[in-house]
Design a protein around this ligand. Structure first.
Ligand code: ADP
Ligand code: MG
Length: 687
C-alpha cells in the first residue's frame, strides 16, 4: 500500500512534536507504526460488579460518581484527591495522588469506566489511581477490551500510540493486500493480513490475538529463511565455482603429519574435498567441539587450494588466534613451501602494505588474519578459498564480504558449536554441514569442580603441585580494572596478588583486551614457551587458543559467564595427553547460577551445553548481533518458536521448488522478496 510509506506526521493528530518522539522509537513512516507491535496486553474486557472486588486484584468497573472529588493534604505533603463511585451492587472509593487535574475531569453524577488494582483500607475498598474513561465514548481503545501496551518513550503515552495506530488501521480500512495468497495461507494455517493487523493491535479475543501473533512470527521467520535460502540457491545453481585438483598430493602429505587424523577429521576432509573437486561453489560449515581438531582440516583445504594455483584466506575473530594459526601453519605446513602471510589491524601501515602487495602479485599463497583481511584495499591475484574460524563470531554479511574478494571462491566456515544441530541446519540455511564428532585419541576428560572462594588456599596448593611438575595454568577474571559497582576480582590486581602472595618464585603473567598487540604477543609467546607459569587473563583467550601444556583453567566469578563461554574457556585445557582440570569459583547464592555451574561439572559435551545454554537464555542472543544483514526478529524467538521456524522453512522451499512465484497471486510476494534480496546484495557490496 502506497499510503504506508507516507511520513508519520501525515497522520491526523500527529504534529511535529509527536512525530519527533515517535522517531525515537524508530517510527518514521506509517508502515513503521503499523508494525510497531504491542509488547503486552491486558484483558480489560470484563466489567466487574463492585460487590465482587477482591483486594490485590485488578478490575474494570462501570460506576457513577457519587460526590464531587475532594482534595486534601496528607501528613507527608502529598495532595490526595478522593471520591466515591457506585454501581447497582455497591460502592468503592477512588483516590489519586498529586494529580490536580482530576477534579476537573470527573463530574458528580456521571458514569465512567474505571480500571485499577483494589486495596482494602480498613473497611473501605479503594482503587488507587485508576485509569478511567467516559462510558459514552463509543468503541474505547483503552478500556472494555483487550488493551495493547506498547514500549514508550518519555512524552508519549499509551493512549497516544493507541490512537495513532487506530488512525492507521482506519486508513487501511481492511484493504491491505496480503503478501501470502489464500492457497498459501491455507497450506500453512496462516491467518489473513487485515485480520491480523487489526487483531495484533486491538484483539477482539485472546484467540484472535494468538492467530495474529502466529502469523507475524511466521512472516518474520519466513523472511529470515528466504534470505538465507536465496543466498544458498544463488550459489548452487546460478554461479559456477572453481574445480580444484591435486587431492593425491595432499593425501601423501597427511602421512607426514606428526599425528594421524581421526576418522571424523578424515570424513569431513573428504566432504570438503568433494565440494572442492566439483564446480559447485563450496559453502560448508564445519562444526566440531572445542579441541576436536578443526584447524588442521582447514590447513589441508588451503593446501589443496594452493596446489591448484589459487590463493586462500583464513580469517579468525581475534589477533591472538590469527597469530596462533599463523604460527601453527608455518610449523605444520612448513615442508610444503606454501608462502603464508599474517594480516591484522595492529600491524603498521608499512607492514600491511607489503602484505597487500604480495597478495595482489600472487607472491603470497595464503593470508591468515583478522577482520583486516576484508578491508577494501586487500586484493588478490587469484583467490580460490576463504575460511572463517569460530564462525559464530562473524555475521552473514562479513562472510559475504569475504567471498566478494574473489570470483566465486569456495567457502568453509568453522565453529565449535554453540548452536544445536537442528537449529544450525535451519539458521545457517545457506550452508552444508559437516561435523567432527570425535576427539583426537588420548584426551582425558577435563575434571571440573565448582567451589567457593573459601577453598582457594587449597586450590592454590594444588596448582603449585601441577606447576612443579612442569604444567601451566590459566586464571580467568571477568574484568580488567577494579569496578566499584561490581565487586569482581580485576585481572590486574589479581595478578599482583597471586604473584606477591601465593606464587612467589613462579612467574605470573597478565593478558587483557586493553593491552597493545605487541604486549599481547609477547605474553602469549612467553606463555607458549613456559616462561610464564600462570596466565591471569580476561576472556581474550576464550576462543581457539591452543597451548597443550596448560592443564589448569581457573575461572573466577564463574557465574558471570554463559555456559557456552565457560565451555569455550574450559576447552583451553585438556589439549594434551595429561589430565586437566577446570575450577569454577563462585560465591553467588543465586540458585539458577549454581545450577548452571553444577551442570558444567557434569557435562563435557558441547552440544548438550549449547542446548542447555539456549534453554536458559532463549534464542534472542544468537540472532542478536551475530547475524548482521538479516532482518530483526521482533516477535519470533528461534528457540521457542522452533516449530514455526521449521514450518516457515518448508514454506520457503515449497515456493522455490514449485513455480509459484511466477503466478499472478504471488506477485506481491515476489516483489517483496526481490526488494529484500536486492538490499542484501547491496549490503554485501557496500562492505
Ligand atoms: P579446535 O577444533 O578447537 O580448533 P584445534 O584444531 O586447535 O582444535 O586442535 C586442538 C589440538 O589437537 C591441537 O594441538 C592439534 O594439533 C591437535 N590435534 C588435531 N588433530 C589431531 C589428531 N588427529 N591427533 C592428535 N592431535 C590432534
Ligand atoms: Mg579452533
Amino acid at each position: 500500500m502506497e499510503l504506508l510509506s507516507k511520513p508519520i506526521n501525515s497522520l491526523k493528530g500527529i504534529g511535529t512534536a509527536k512525530a519527533k518522539l515517535l522517531t525515537k522509537l524508530g517510527i518514521r513512516q506509517l508502515e513503521d507504526l503499523l508494525y510497531y507491535f504491542p509488547r503486552d496486553y491486558k484483558d480489560k474486557s470484563i466489567i466487574s460488579e463492585i460487590k465482587d472486588l477482591l483486594p490485590e486484584n485488578s478490575y474494570t468497573i462501570k460506576a457513577v460518581i457519587e460526590d464531587k472529588p475532594q482534595e486534601s493534604r496528607t501528613r507527608n505533603g502529598l495532595t490526595i484527591t478522593k471520591c466515591k463511585a457506585f454501581d447497582d451492587s455497591g460502592k468503592v472509593t477512588l483516590t489519586w495522588f498529586n494529580n490536580k487535574y482530576i477534579k476537573n475531569l470527573i463530574s458528580k453524577g456521571e458514569e465512567y469506566l474505571f480500571h485499577g488494582k483494589v486495596k482494602q483500607l480498613g473497611r473501605e475498598k479503594v482503587i488507587e489511581a485508576p485509569e478511567f474513561e467516559k462510558t459514552s465514548d463509543n468503541g474505547s481503545l483503552n478500556l472494555m477490551r483487550i488493551v495493547p501496551y506498547y514500549s514508550l518513550t518519555e512524552g508519549l503515552s499509551q493512549k497516544d500510540i493507541r490512537k495513532a495506530v487506530k488512525g492507521i488501521l482506519d486508513l487501511i480500512d481492511n484493504k491491505a493486500v496480503d503478501i501470502f495468497p489464500e492457497d498459501f495461507r491455507r497450506r500453512y494455517s496462516i491467518a489473513e493480513t487485515n485480520f491480523c493487523i487489526n487483531n495484533i493491535h486491538f484483539p477482539e479475543s485472546i484467540y484472535n490475538m494468538s492467530l495474529a501473533i502466529k502469523r507475524f512470527k511466521f512472516e518474520e521467520l519466513f523472511m529470515l529463511q528466504s534470505g538465507l535460502i536465496h543466498i544458498k540457491r544463488m550459489n548452487n545453481y546460478i554461479e559456477k565455482g572453481i574445480s580444484f585438483t591435486n587431492s593425491n598430493i595432499v593425501h601423501s602429505f597427511i602421512e607426514t603429519l606428526p599425528f594421524k587424523l581421526t576418522n571424523a577429521q578424515s570424513k569431513v576432509l573428504q566432504e570438503i574435498f568433494q565440494d572442492m573437486d566439483s564446480e559447485k561453489i563450496m559453502n560448508r560449515l564445519v562444526q566440531g567441539d572445542v579441541g576436536s581438531g578443526k584447524t588442521i582440516v582447514a590447513f589441508l583445504a588451503l593446501y589443496k587450494c594452493v596446489l591448484s594455483g589459487y590463493q586462500g584466506i583464513m580469517m579468525a575473530p581475534t589477533e591472538i588466534l590469527a597469530e596462533q594459526h599463523y604460527i601453527s601453519f608455518n610449523s605444520l605446513m612448513g615442508s610444503t613451501q606454501i608462502k603464508a602471510g599474517l594480516l591484522k589491524g595492529s600491524m603498521t601501515a608499512k607492514e600491511k602494505a607489503r602484505v597487500y602487495e604480495n597478495l595482489k602479485s600472487g607472491e603470497l599463497d595464503v593470508v591468515i588474519g583478522t577482520h583486516a583481511v576484508i578491508q577494501n584495499n586487500v586484493e588478490f591475484n587469484k583467490l580460490g578459498l576463504v575460511i572463517t574460524d569460530e564462525q559464530h563470531r562473524f555475521g552473514v554479511r562479513q562472510r559475504a564480504a569475504l567471498s566478494g574478494k574473489g570470483n566465486n571462491p569456495d567457502m568453509l566456515v568453522m565453529t565449535a558449536t554453540p548452536i544445536p544441530r537442528t537449529l544450525s541446519l535451519i539458521l545457517y540455511g545457506d550452508l552444508e554441514v559437516s561435523i567432527i564428532d570425535e576427539m583426537p585419541p588420548g584426551r582425558k576428560k577435563v575434571e571440573t569442580y565448582f567451589i567457593d572462594s573459601t577453598k582457594k588456599e587449597r586450590l592454590f596448593a594444588f596448582i603449585k603441585k601441577e606447576l612443579d611438575s612442569g604444567r601451566q595454568a590459566y586464571v580467568v577474571c571477568p574484568l580488567v580494572e577494579e569496578s566499584e559497582k561490581l565487586d569482581l576480582n580485576s585481572a590486574v590486581e589479581y595478578r599482583e596478588q597471586l604473584q606477591n602472595e601465593f606464587f612467589q618464585g613462579y612467574k605470573v603473567g597478565l593478558l587483557h583486551g586493553k593491552m597493545k598487540a605487541d604486549e599481547k604477543n609477547e605474553i602469549m609467546e612467553n606463555f607458549r614457551k613456559n616462561h610464564i607459569n600462570i596466565l591471569v587473563s580476561t576472556t581474550v583467550i576464550e576462543v581457539g587458543v591452543n597451548i597443550p601444556n596448560s592443564t589448569i583453567m581457573v575461572i573466577e566469578n564463574a557465574e558471570r559467564f554463559g555456559l557456552a563461554q565457560l565451555h569455550q574457556l574450559r576447552g583451553r585445557v585438556g589439549r594434551g595427553s595429561s589430565q586437566s582440570y577446570c575450577i569454577l569459583i563462585s560465591d553467588s547464592d543465586n540458585d539458577l547460577a549454581k545450577e548452571r555451574l553444577r551442570y558444567m561439572t557434569k557435562t563435557e559435551n558441547g552440544f548438550d551445553i549449547a542446548e542447555k545454554d539456549l534453554e536458559l537464555r532463549g534464542g534472542g542472543e544468537i540472532l542478536g548481533q551475530r547475524q548482521h544483514g538479516l532482518p530483526e526478529l521482533k516477535l519470533a524467538d528461534i528457540i521457542k518458536d522452533i516449530e514455526l521456524l521449521k514450518l516457515s522453512r518448508q514454506a520457503v522451499e515449497y515456493l522455490y521448488d514449485s513455480d509459484k512465484l511466477n503466478e499472478p497471486e504471488y506477485a506481491k510476494m515476489k516483489i517483496t522478496l526481490d526488494k529484500r534480496f536486492k538490499r542484501i546484495l547491496d549490503e554485501i557490496t557496500l562492505n
